[in-house]
Write a protein of this length. Structure first.
Length: 479
């Protein structure tokens, strides 16, 4: 923040909302609130927009409820406003957001004495906002805080300008006029990696499993095909993660850790995220052209399933964890189709129960952190707090079934064709059992990461046992 500029306390300070008081755009926020409520509203958006942007904002805003208490307010700037209000200065909210949204914010903060916002017929942006403020307070009869190019006409008629988290145009204006300035924390490479959830790409290594277990991974053609499949799944997953995070903004902002995600915190804008998501989907589609046609069908099914999960299925009791287990197995199917290798029944059966157990761990951890009455639904889920014991029991049982499937596979006829020394694979049984039970014990102790797959991939003990298992598989096939 630059050195404070002395303002006249006898004139009001008008404050913009989008990008200034909050580090987000309320039109985009309310549109996705509406679409999450009912995706069919997507077909009404162009109809409303055809009557003007003001009509669009109003129709969307009156159908949703904004959680003003958890919006990503710019805390340094808000603290400044509270000091001005405490000193007796009159503050007014002047925004292009729809009036219901603006009033929700004003009622939450209780520092604004008036609200100027978009009505059904007047989009209060740029020159319209300047004209409205001049009509209410007179030219040069108010100070104004804004952040972008659309606010420059208002800066020009204000007595003083306060520039908050400026875009390029507002930045140039501030440097020319020496206005008071509040900067925001810039997004870093780590921010974008979190947006893409690059750490979740570890799950997509499952596409290599069919080739590894068929002992064909050393083939250059198979390795290239598996690698392309890995990238296609990773880009597709990141595209859906972005959409999921945008749809889940209100829930994430009430969560102890998820509120720090790039979209929930306002560090990355929704339009930027949607652009990146579209580019990722286009790239994934291009990669599909390099593989058998059936692989494109698997990716399409994966996208439909993950989108359905984000929109609806994750709020359905037990359907959510079954869907997660199915999505893991779909990666195995993708690896099989990409390399045109047979997919083992044993591998599918093991994966379904193993990943069902991990999906249940995820819900178990969420239920531990949920603060609800016994019969109250956990936010965004189909569970109540008292379900935690059943979830835990089901998860442990699924883990044991997975180990049982592995045991039966080791004794099956199929293994003889692949391994010269099948007995060397038997230690995999206690290894998998150890990993599963350790995950559940740590979850019970409240020491588990909210994503057990990421935990297993980053925990050194799990890595040690996984490495030992890989060595046993290799030794059993070459000895």
């Amino acid at each position: 923040m630059n050195a404070p500029v002395q303002h006249r306390m006898d004139i009001p300070l008008a404050v913009d909302l989008d990008g200034t008081l909050v580090s987000t755009d309320m039109l985009w926020e309310t549109v996705f609130l509406l679409l999450k409520k009912n995706p069919l509203y997507l077909f009404l958006l162009p109809v409303w927009l055809s009557s003007g942007k003001a009509r669009l904002k109003w129709e969307v805003a009156r159908r949703v409820t904004v959680d003003a208490a958890h919006l990503p307010y710019r805390q340094d700037f808000l603290a400044f406003l509270r000091r001005e209000h405490a000193a007796g200065r009159r503050l007014v909210l002047a925004t292009a957001a729809a009036e219901p949204v603006a009033r929700a914010v004003a009622e939450e903060l209780k520092i604004f004495s008036a609200v100027h916002a978009t009505s059904p017929s007047n989009n209060l942006s740029s020159r319209r906002k300047a004209a409205a403020l001049c009509a209410a307070y007179g030219e040069k009869g108010f100070d104004f805080a804004g952040n972008d190019r659309a606010d420059i006409p208002v800066f020009d008629v204000a007595c003083n300008a306060i520039i908050v988290a400026p875009d390029l145009a507002a930045d140039r204006y501030q440097k020319r006029h020496g206005s008071q300035r509040f900067d925001s924390r810039a997004a870093t490479l780590k921010t974008y990696a979190r947006m893409l959830r690059v750490h979740q790409w570890l799950k997509n290594l499952l596409v290599f499993a069919p080739a590894v277990l068929a002992h064909t991974i050393a083939s250059a053609e198979t390795l290239v095909a598996s690698s392309i499949a890995f990238l296609a799944f990773s880009f597709s997953a990141s595209a859906v993660y972005i959409l999921n995070d945008i749809l889940d903004l209100p829930l994430d902002r009430r969560h102890a850790t998820k509120r720090n995600r790039p979209f929930a915190s306002g560090t990355v804008s929704i339009p930027y995220g949607l652009t990146v998501s579209a580019c990722l989907l286009f790239t994934a589609a291009a990669l599909c052209l390099l593989l058998p046609l059936a692989f494109a069908g698997v990716i399409a099914l994966y996208l439909v399933a993950t989108t359905a999960y984000s929109l609806t299925l994750k709020r359905m009791l037990l359907i959510d964890v079954l869907c997660l287990a199915g999505l893991y197995s779909m990666r195995l199917l993708g690896g099989k189709v990409a390399t045109e290798l047979p997919l083992s029944f044993w591998l599918v059966a093991f994966a379904l129960f193993f990943f069902l157990s991990l999906a249940l761990v995820k819900r178990y951890v969420e239920l531990q952190g949920a603060i609800t009455d016994e019969q109250a639904r956990v936010a965004g889920r189909g569970y109540v707090s008292e379900d935690i014991d059943v979830i835990g029991q089901s998860g442990v049982a699924s883990a044991f079934v997975a180990v049982l499937v592995l045991s039966l596979y080791i004794q099956s006829k199929e293994i003889v064709a692949l391994y010269s020394q099948p007995w060397m694979i038997w230690p995999l049984v206690p290894i998998v059992l150890y990993i599963c039970m350790r995950v559940w014990i740590l979850a019970h102790r409240r020491e588990m990461h909210d994503d057990p797959v990421v935990f297993i991939a980053t925990d050194w003990r799990s890595q040690l046992f996984i490495g030992a298992g890989a060595v046993l598989l290799l030794a059993a096939s070459v000895v």
